[in-house]
Write a protein that binds this ligand. Structure first.
Ligand code: MN
Length: 136
């Protein structure tokens, strides 16, 4: 195997059970074993955001455009601006998404858990309540 252009991936709409509002992503990299690395570009329309969730091996977000929020359960809201990079540790409940009035685009980098770990890649919980999502 040598360096090779990779096939273009389709833009996929985020499933309604995991996202509030309209979210689109492109899976740019999904490593074959022994790599378990995943890289997506995620585009949130204004007001769109994830449900509460955890990642088995943590997740790094890098903001490419727009404005948004990330928050771990019980902690302060963190504003996301272009160029920001944030890391959420393994197993930490959190959500991320656009502000009410702006788009947010971020790269999401994470690893799938080892196949023999029996852990799911992402555990999805409740959607945010109106009180949890910042109205601005
Ligand atoms: Mn996440």
């Amino acid at each position: 195997m040598s360096t090779a252009q990779q096939p273009k991936t389709p833009t996929v709409k985020g499933p309604a059970e995991w996202f509030s509002g309209d979210v689109y992503f492109n899976a740019y990299y999904a490593g074959q074993e022994p790599s378990r690395t995943r890289l997506n570009l995620v585009r949130f329309t204004p007001g769109a955001h994830t449900a509460w969730h955890t990642h088995a091996v943590g997740q790094t977000l890098h903001v490419t455009e727009g404005l948004g929020w990330v928050q771990s359960r019980g902690e302060e809201l963190i504003e996301l601006r272009p160029g920001d990079t944030v890391f959420t540790p393994a197993g930490e409940w959190h959500w991320h998404g656009a502000t009410a009035n702006t788009f947010l685009c971020h790269l999401a980098l994470w690893e799938a858990p080892a196949p023999d770990s029996g852990q799911p890649e992402t555990v999805w919980g409740d959607k945010l309540t109106d009180a949890e999502y910042p109205a601005e």
